[in-house]
Ligand binder design. Structure first.
Ligand code: CA
Length: 209
């Protein structure tokens, strides 16, 4: 009996080794596939944290950098528009929105001002087409929105999926009483839509005999 076992052992050993190799190969093949499946969302904004001067075209009336460490929500820097009288500041970045995906915009802002009433100084976050033609106003702020805490604004941009667009941050101030507009952690994510039909197919086919 033991002899019999010893005779068959090499065969069993080969089969076992074969299974092991197959298992390892399958594991190696499956793991990257699962990882790729989990990463269904992607960030589209480069330098939405404003930590560097890259990826944005800026115009600053005051002649200084629009990205500064004056007041940041996270990291060391944020976008700082206006902060001077008669400002016409802007920061523009281009985004290619993937087709058939859910596109979500989120950013944080804070306004500080010397104004006491009126809405004399204003900030807009505008979505335009690649030529600069306005498509959607995601935010409009004035000195009336002044507060000492960071506020979040979110918008669904899915209607523009498949288009190449521009994000325009722009601020204008009048001739007196300065207003500062701060923006940080600006994000536009594109998420692949999940298919519900695939999920209900199996239970339906097994239930009806
Ligand atoms: Ca003013």
């Amino acid at each position: 009996m033991i002899r019999q076992l010893w005779k068959t052992w090499p065969k069993a050993g080969v089969a076992l080794a074969g299974l092991l190799v197959f298992g390892l190969l399958a594991g190696a093949l499956l793991l990257p596939a699962q990882a790729a499946k989990a990463a269904t969302c992607q960030e589209l904004v480069a330098n939405g944290s404003f930590e560097s001067s890259t990826s944005w075209q800026t115009v600053a009336t005051g002649g200084y950098s629009l990205f500064s460490n004056f007041l940041a929500r996270s990291g060391a820097q944020a976008a700082h528009l206006a902060g001077v009288n008669k400002a016409a500041d802007s920061a523009v970045t281009s985004l290619a929105l993937p087709a058939n995906q859910t596109i979500a915009l989120s950013f944080w802002w804070q306004v500080s001002t010397e104004e006491s009433a009126g809405g004399y100084d204003a900030f807009t976050l505008l979505l335009t087409d690649s030529q600069g033609k306005p498509l959607y106003a995601a935010a409009g702020l004035t000195d009336l929105n002044a507060a000492s805490t960071w506020q979040q604004t979110q918008a669904d941009l899915s209607a523009f999926a498949g288009q190449t667009v521009q994000l325009h941050l722009a601020a204008k101030t009048d001739g007196s009483l300065v207003t500062d507009f701060f923006v940080d952690d600006l994000s536009v994510t594109a998420c692949a839509a999940t298919s519900a039909t695939q999920k209900i197919f199996l239970p339906l086919t097994t239930r009806n005999r």
